[in-house]
Every structure is written in structure tokens, then in C-alpha cells.
Ligand binder design. Structure first.
Ligand SMILES: Cc1cc2nc3c(=O)[nH]c(=O)nc-3n(C[C@H](O)[C@H](O)[C@H](O)COP(=O)(O)OP(=O)(O)OC[C@H]3O[C@@H](n4cnc5c(N)ncnc54)[C@H](O)[C@@H]3O)c2cc1C
Ligand code: SF4
Length: 481
């Protein structure tokens, strides 16, 4: 029996709980503490090259995972990097923060057979970090400079991916963002312990060195209208994400120290970046020593509870109105939170917030899951007389996000939106109902994932290139400086 087969027998003898705990520890160590070439090769060699690449099919950018695993196993890391970066503009970011358990790794046949997935995300991170260290990430050098320009509204992953793809073709690319730092939710949403901000900054600098121009603190709707931006460019991409927080209607919701998730996370991220944040420094948005209640069960809620752990909260309770199986986010994140000491109150919904000026508790009611609604999900129904109160000094509302009213904000009432307020596009051409105006990322899908935003951004770049090529005189090359 080979050494590899012996390992499988050994693994099979452990209980599922032990295997799951070992896997979590390994995932965490590999992603956040690191590999070396030999360990990456050993992990990659676990890929069975099964012939039906379910991992690739379930990766939104369709990364050619089996090939780069094989190359890594053979020690051919530079080639592995070439393959992985061919389909993804930020593999080291996806390697860190994709919910792999729902995407590539969750569909790995080794995982399905009970032996624990090949840890695809951590290998992807490792080979790309190695590429940065060893100088394999090549600067963006368009073969020709075109006299065609594209304006991109929003410097999140969708805008960044589009910018890179179009710049590589020689377009003059201008990105407008209302924030002081570029990266969208990569910078201000996702916490530092999951995604170090230097990693995002390195990508922004890579784009800037390649000729992408960023207009910081530039808000469409305040500093220019959509019409103004359209007049400046042959094509425009809207990639503004979704930011309107869903709220709770309950007595006492206006008490002090009940805050929206993004306010809390932005303050924490800004502190991590060294900014002065009065709302954090005066203690309002700092969980240190507090009894924290987070309402919601998605990935944003998990980011809040895990941030509160790191800030030194006294206790952390997550209230979620459905059960664990029905949580919308990554199961891995929920398990990490539980491992870190977060208490979950499943099947519980807030009814009222208690306190005089500031909140002191959340009055909640137990929930029973009733018959499925039109979407197929069971309807949460309160159980009469089942009230209980959770003490709280800080309540964080993490109930998800909706799109802002862009037609009004942009001064463009003619811009078509869906009944959910997301931008309506033609899925073939990626174009909105306005000629030459495209859209990508969360503002089209609703709150989604970084890797989907990258996919959309890449698709939008192709569509913009086709549109500009078909609708304008052949682009002339700018004289080299
Ligand atoms: C707390 C949190 C944690 C998350 N964690 C994960 C995770 O772990 N893994 C994962 O895959 N996904 C995660 N997501 C989801 C992911 O961040 C988003 O799906 C992704 O960032 C969407 O990319 P985008 O480019 O469409 O939009 P965004 O990243 O939101 O970027 C939009 C940009 O547009 C700018 N903008 C908006 N309006 C204007 C305007 N009027 N003028 C100029 N600029 C404007 C914004 O400032 C922003 O920079 C998380 C989301 C949140 C909220
Ligand atoms: S991009 Fe995300 S889904 Fe695709 S291989 Fe990487 S970690 Fe997996």
C-alpha cells in the first residue's frame, strides 16, 4: 500500500467531527499562516485529477484548477501561476476570501468521498503570493495605446477587473470612486483578519502603474452626473455595489448603540488602516468589554461577530431567525465563529430593544419554521409566549443590503432598474437600456461575492470592447511618448 493510500485509511478511521475539526485547523493554518513549496506540492498532489472537474465548474471564474494543482505538485509554480492568473485578476484575494466550501472545495470529489477537500483556496493564495515575491507578476503593458476611453464608476472588484482587462487591450481607463481608498468592500467591508489591506493596495498600485487612472473622492451624483461621465468616454461601466442596509422595525430601534453592520466594520477597518475614527475612539463602535448582540445570519453577521471577538468583547450572541442549516452564508465561517466562542441563538427574532437612552438588551421571541413560501423557504413564525431577553451594550444590525436608488442619485431617471432596484442589463451584451452604459457586480446581481464581481467585470470588459469596436471608427493608436 502506498504512503498516500495509508493516509487515506488513517483519515477514514477518524470520526466525521474529528475530521471536520482537523480540516478547519488546516484550512486556517494554510490560508493565514502559510505554506512552503513542499507543503503546497504535497497538498496539490492530493488532487485525483478526476476527469470531471467539478471544482472548476463550480468556480465562478472557471479556474483551471486541476491543471494548476498538477503543476504545483510538480514544483512548477511559475507555470501554475500563469494558468491560475489567466482566468482571475486577483487569485490571491479569492484564495483568501472565497467561500470555498460552497464553490470549488465543496465540490471536490475527494471532499465528496469523505477524505477532506484539496485546499484549493490556500494553494491559489500561495502560488500567487509566491509570484509576487519572485517577480512573476508582470506589469500591465498594453501592446498599443488606443485613443478610446472608458469610464468606470466604482473601484470595487468588478470595476478593478474591468479596468485591468480593458487597459491590457490599450484603452484609456478612468475609475471614479467616492471613497478615499480604492477597492470597495475589499477595503472597507471585509475585515483585516480575513483580507490584509496591503494585499488590496498592491493590486491598486499594479493597476496604477499599468496606466489606470483613479479619481478618488469623486462621487457620481455629487461631483458629476451620469450624463457628464458618458460625455467624457466612449463607454461607461456602473459597478457601484449595494449599500442600503435593510433595517428592523421594532420598538426601541432608535436607542443609542444600535448600529448598522457596515458602520461597525468600516470603523474597525479604518482603525486597522491607522485612521483617526472618532466614533470608534469614543467607544461607540468599539466592542471591547461589551456584551454584543449581532442580528442576522449571513457572512456580514459572521464578520461582525468575529471582529467583536478580536476587539475583546465580553460576550457575543448572534440572533438568527432560522436554523443553522438555513444560514445563507459560508458554513465554514459559522464554524470558525462558534470555535471562537460566539454563542448562537438560532430560531430567534428580535421583537424590541430595551433601555433608556442606550440599549441594554434585546427582547427576542422563539421561532418555528412553518410551511414553505413561494421561494421554497420555510416561513418563520413566532411561538407565542416564548419571549426572552439577551443583555446587550452594543447591537449590530446585519440584515443584508439593497441597492440605492441609482436613477435618482445619478440624475438619470431613464436608467432601467429591476423591481429590486438592481440595474437591469441585457445578459448577452451586459449593456443597460442606455447606449454605451454597462453594469457589473453587486449592483446587477444584488449582494453577492467578490469572485462573481470579478467574473462580471471580465465579461463586461469583453462586452465593452465589442461595443466600442463595432460602434466607433477603428481606434487609432496614440503616438508612443
Ligand atoms: C461585510 C462584508 C463582508 C463580505 N465578505 C465577503 C467574503 O468574505 N467573500 C466574498 O467573496 N464576498 C464577500 N462580501 C461580498 C463582496 O464584498 C461583494 O460581493 C463585492 O465587493 C462586490 O463587488 P462590486 O465591485 O460589485 O462592489 P463594491 O465592492 O461594493 O464596490 C463598489 C464601489 O463603488 C463605489 N461607489 C458607490 N457609489 C458610487 C458613486 N455614486 N460614485 C462613485 N463611486 C461609487 C463604492 O465606494 C465602492 O468602492 C462581503 C460583503 C460585505 C458587506
Ligand atoms: S476563485 Fe474562488 S471558487 Fe475559484 S478556485 Fe479560487 S477559491 Fe475556488
Amino acid at each position: 500500500m502506498t504512503e498516500r493510500m495509508l493516509k487515506f485509511v488513517d483519515v477514514a478511521q477518524r470520526t466525521p467531527e474529528i475530521r471536520a475539526a482537523e480540516r478547519r485547523r488546516r484550512d486556517f493554518d494554510e490560508i493565514y499562516r502559510g505554506f512552503d513549496d513542499a507543503a503546497a506540492a504535497e497538498q496539490s498532489s492530493r488532487c485525483s485529477q478526476c476527469g470531471i472537474p467539478f471544482c472548476q465548474v463550480h468556480c465562478p471564474v472557471n479556474n483551471n484548477i486541476p491543471d494548476w494543482l498538477m503543476l504545483t505538485a510538480q514544483g512548477r509554480l511559475e507555470e501554475a501561476y500563469e494558468v491560475s492568473s489567466a482566468t482571475n485578476n486577483m487569485p490571491e484575494i479569492c484564495g483568501r476570501i472565497c467561500p470555498q466550501d460552497r464553490l470549488c472545495e465543496g465540490n471536490c470529489v475527494i471532499e465528496q468521498s469523505g477524505h477532506g477537500t484539496v485546499t484549493i483556496g490556500s494553494i491559489e493564495k500561495y502560488i500567487t503570493e509566491t509570484a509576487w515575491e519572485r517577480g512573476w507578476v508582470k506589469p500591465i503593458r498594453p501592446p498599443v495605446e488606443l485613443d478610446r476611453s472608458v469610464g468606470i464608476i466604482g473601484a470595487g472588484p468588478a470595476g478593478m477587473a474591468t479596468a485591468e482587462q480593458l487597459r491590457r487591450k490599450g484603452y484609456q481607463v478612468r475609475v471614479y470612486d467616492r471613497h478615499d481608498r480604492m477597492g470597495g468592500l475589499l477595503v472597507y467591508g471585509i475585515p483585516c483578519f480575513k483580507l490584509e489591506k496591503e494585499v488590496v493596495q498592491r493590486r491598486i498600485e499594479h493597476l496604477e502603474r499599468g496606466g489606470v487612472v483613479f479619481h478618488r473622492n469623486f462621487e457620481i451624483g455629487r461631483d458629476a452626473s451620469l450624463r457628464d461621465i458618458r460625455d467624457r468616454h466612449e463607454a461607461v461601466l456602473i459597478a457601484t455595489g449595494v449599500y442600503k442596509a435593510r433595517d428592523i422595525q421594532a420598538p426601541g430601534v432608535g436607542l443609542d448603540n444600535i448600529v448598522p453592520a457596515l458602520d461597525y466594520l468600516i470603523a474597525s477597518n479604518r482603525k486597522g488602516l491607522g485612521d483617526r475614527v472618532p466614533a470608534f475612539d469614543d467607544g461607540g463602535l468599539d466592542a471591547m468589554g461589551k456584551r454584543v448582540v449581532v442580528i442576522g445570519g449571513g457572512d456580514t453577521a459572521m464578520d461582525c461577530v468575529r471582529t467583536a471577538v478580536r476587539q475583546g468583547a465580553k460576550s457575543i450572541t448572534c440572533l438568527y431567525r432560522r436554523d443553522r442549516e438555513n444560514m445563507p452564508g459560508s458554513r465554514r465561517e459559522v464554524q470558525y465563529a462558534a470555535d471562537e466562542g460566539v454563542k448562537f441563538q438560532f430560531l430567534a427574532a428580535p421583537e424590541a430593544f430595551v433601555g433608556d437612552d442606550a440599549v441594554t438588551g434585546v427582547r427576542a421571541i422563539r421561532i418555528h419554521l412553518g410551511v414553505p413560501d413561494a421561494s421554497g423557504r420555510q416561513t418563520p413564525e413566532p411561538i407565542e409566549g416564548s419571549h426572552f431577553t439577551v443583555e446587550a451594550d452594543l447591537v449590530i444590525k446585519a440584515l443584508g443590503f439593497e441597492p440605492d436608488d441609482l436613477p435618482t442619485l445619478f440624475g438619470a431617471s431613464e436608467l432601467g432598474v429591476t423591481r429590486w432596484g438592481t440595474i437591469r442589463i441585457d445578459y448577452q451584451t451586459k449593456m443597460t437600456n442606455l447606449d454605451g452604459v454597462f453594469a457589473a457586480g453587486d449592483i446587477v446581481r444584488g449582494a453577492s461575492l467578490v469572485v462573481w464581481a470579478i467574473r462580471d467585470g471580465r465579461d463586461a470588459a469583453e462586452a465593452i470592447h465589442e461595443h466600442v469596436s463595432a460602434n466607433f471608427e477603428p481606434a487609432t493608436a496614440l503616438a508612443a511618448e
